[in-house]
Design a protein. Structure first.
Length: 268
């Protein structure tokens, strides 16, 4: 049975994101990348102004906004029907973005843990929200991998999050298991294989599942390949994620991800 799968294309307004081709250093570069991604079939454009890869250093909310603010009005003007998500854990960035663009998706790697006003702000503005499991900060998350059963622990985390989201008035949230964040190589693949166990109700809400594995170290380190050579293996992992229940793929390579979804939906 065919399932509606959405593709979220990645645009980075940074100089240190791990895949160089995703970096856009000017408004013109952003427009070019976004135009290509939309033509290739992207449903959502995810814009990040601070690298959130493990080991990265935060740049602060004002610097994030300095990078975002020139880009957002141009994008909305150039692509009036665009669906934008903003990769941020700052409530101030959420509120400023809303003032410029109106409705958008908040993509928060901290699930509201890094800014105590985030969930309240999202609920007040009535925005869609992506909550990710990461445990800790980008600098220490690689050391926080003491799970008895990583899938069960992630599910328990989102049971707790569901209550917080409900209290904040968030009615539509998406679950991101956080591949590559505070998980060993083996745990990432345990999580991938057990993804179907996360496809259920949490506090009365059944969230869609977002998977972000594109060109990540869980692929590169297992195979001993570079980020530039990791596209074919990424699509193999995407297919596994789809077979196990993923609803949204966050990707660097939209055309290839759309092809993978087409193959998936061609199976009986």
């Amino acid at each position: 049975m065919k399932r509606k799968v959405e593709i979220m294309g990645i645009v980075n307004l940074t100089e240190d994101s791990y895949f160089p081709e995703s970096r856009c250093g000017s408004v013109g570069a952003v427009l070019e990348r976004v135009s290509r991604m939309l033509d290739e079939g992207a449903d959502i454009i995810d814009i990040g102004a601070c690298s959130t890869r493990p080991g990265s250093l935060p740049v602060g909310e004002e610097e994030e906004w300095r990078r975002l603010s020139p880009v957002l009005p141009v994008l909305v003007a150039e692509f009036p029907s665009i669906r934008i998500s903003i990769d941020t854990y700052w409530s101030s960035v959420v509120r400023r973005t809303y003032d410029l663009t109106g409705d958008f998706i908040v993509n928060d790697i901290s699930a509201g843990e890094d800014d105590p006003m985030m969930l309240t702000t999202v609920g007040e503005l009535g925005l869609q929200y992506v909550a990710m499991h990461k445990r800790g900060t980008p600098l220490d998350m690689q050391e926080r991998c003491d799970y008895e059963d990583v899938v069960s622990d992630v599910a328990a985390y989102f049971e707790s999050f569901a209550a917080k989201a409900s209290d904040a008035g968030i009615t539509d949230w998406i679950l991101d298991p956080g591949f590559g964040f505070a998980k060993t190589l083996e745990q990432n693949y345990e999580l991938l294989g057990g993804l179907g166990r996360l496809c259920r109700s949490y506090g009365g809400h059944t969230p869609r599942i977002l998977v972000g594995v594109s060109r990540k170290s869980m692929i590169r380190n297992l195979l001993g390949i570079s980020v530039e050579d990791s596209l074919p293996a990424t699509q193999a992992v995407h297919m596994a994620a789809l077979l196990n229940g993923a609803d949204i793929l966050r990707v660097h390579d939209v055309k290839e991800a759309c092809q993978t979804v087409c193959l998936f939906n061609s199976m009986p």
